[in-house]
Design a protein around this ligand. Structure first.
Ligand code: MG
Length: 391
């Protein structure tokens, strides 16, 4: 029995070179308030939390989270880790419920659920290693031979550079890709035109047989999004992502009811209960939970089943190993996100620098190994020029 003996939390803070972000790199939820600071500051996160859970029989399970790592670390160290010591890691459902219910008064979503997610990932990593099976096989096994992925970057930039980046993804064999909106309500009609030019340029480069999607990172208002949907209709987006803040569920439902472009969201939603609300409100066509926020493998697997029953596509945020196990094992996930490895810019790409084992896309597909137990990640040896570690 893999009895939990020790839990170690480490913040990996990137201190190496960071690519400067140009203006209008991407819309954010902060765009609507006046902000004299760097407007991309709410978007950049250069520290990740790594959780290692060690069992009495010497198994080490690895989990991670990318949101507010210092706050998440404190919550794990002071509240959650003590209740896991001495428990059997095979009891993942019980442990999840215990963590969730004993932090109910202040946890539930946000930092509370992010901390539970990181621990649940490590617990599932142990479960797989204890029986020598990859996590996706514990979830029922692969539902597809390999997993198609879409290239996810294409931040707002000069149109010739956007075209060049998109052509690069075509050359690598991707047949789906996602770009970012650069302008929001404060930029008026001129910004709407800029956003439209981004989409028009991408459509022009990729032609009619490649799927394109647009991500607004919570940066638009309902009225603005309605007008943008009308303008973007001719370019046949596969989806429009997070046009509104996640709490505006009714707004999402209104946009979806326009039936112009499918609506994607949920990367900032938490738990099966949160997704039940989104689904019941008919707010989304694509459910984009991130397993390292939404409640770990335990919660993500339940949401995947819920989505299957409602015929909603599961499209976890960020790709990455913890999400690929879910995407591979559910029929509800037709394909998945993929962050190309690039020089460090916003933090999305940091997992490439922290972990070994992440699947690299080949010709627009990734795959997981049938014989690598657990989640299949290991930690790199950090160089002091790149990372400061806080334990
Ligand atoms: Mg997104």
């Amino acid at each position: 029995m893999p009895i939990i003996k020790d839990i170690r939390t480490t913040i990996w803070e990137w201190v190496g070179p960071v690519a400067p972000l140009r203006q209008n790199f991407c819309t954010t939820a902060s765009d609507i308030v006046s902000n004299t600071n760097d407007n991309m500051s709410g978007f950049r996160f250069l520290g990740w939390l790594v959780v290692e859970i060690e069992t009495e029989d010497g198994i080490i399970g690895i989990g991670n989270s990318a949101l507010a790592p210092h706050a998440v670390k404190a919550l794990i160290d002071t509240q959650l880790a003590p209740m896991l010591i001495g428990q059997d890691a095979m009891d993942s459902e019980y442990l999840w419920q215990m963590m969730y219910r004993s932090t109910m008064a202040f946890g539930r979503k946000g930092i509370g659920m992010t901390a539970i997610s990181a621990l649940d990932l490590a617990i599932w990593d142990i479960r797989g290693k204890a029986v020598n099976l990859p996590v996706f096989r514990l979830l029922g096994g692969r539902t597809k031979e390999k997993l198609q992925v879409y290239a996810s970057r294409l931040y707002s930039q000069p149109l010739d550079e956007l075209a060049e980046e998109a052509q690069g993804y075509l050359d690598q064999g991707f047949t789906m890709m996602k770009l970012r909106a650069g302008w929001g309500p404060k930029d008026g009609a001129a910004g709407m035109k800029r956003n439209e030019e981004l989409v028009a340029t991408l459509r022009d480069v990729v032609g009619d047989e490649v799927d394109i999607m647009m991500d607004c990172y919570m940066g638009w208002s309902l009225e603005y999004a309605k007008e943008m949907l009308r303008r973007l209709a001719p370019y046949r987006l596969r989806w429009l992502e997070e046009p509104l803040i996640p709490d505006d569920i009714r707004g999402y439902a209104e946009l979806r009811a326009m039936n112009i472009v499918p609506i994607a969201g949920g990367e900032h939603e938490f738990t099966p209960h949160g997704f039940r609300q989104l689904i019941e409100a008919r707010a989304i066509d694509f459910a984009q939970f991130d397993t390292n926020r939404v409640g770990g493998i335990t919660a993500a697997n339940k949401i995947a089943h819920l989505c299957e029953a409602y015929d909603i596509a599961v499209m976890p945020h960020a790709g990455q190993m913890h999400n690929y196990h879910i995407s591979l094992s559910t029929v509800a996930a037709p394909f998945a996100e993929y962050f190309p490895k690039v020089p460090v810019e916003v933090g999305n790409e940091l997992f490439w620098y922290i972990f070994d084992g992440e699947p690299v896309a080949e010709n627009g597909y990734i795959n997981l190994c049938d014989n690598t137990p657990g989640l299949g990640l290991s930690l790199k040896t950090p160089s002091p020029e790149e990372f400061v570690l806080t334990r």
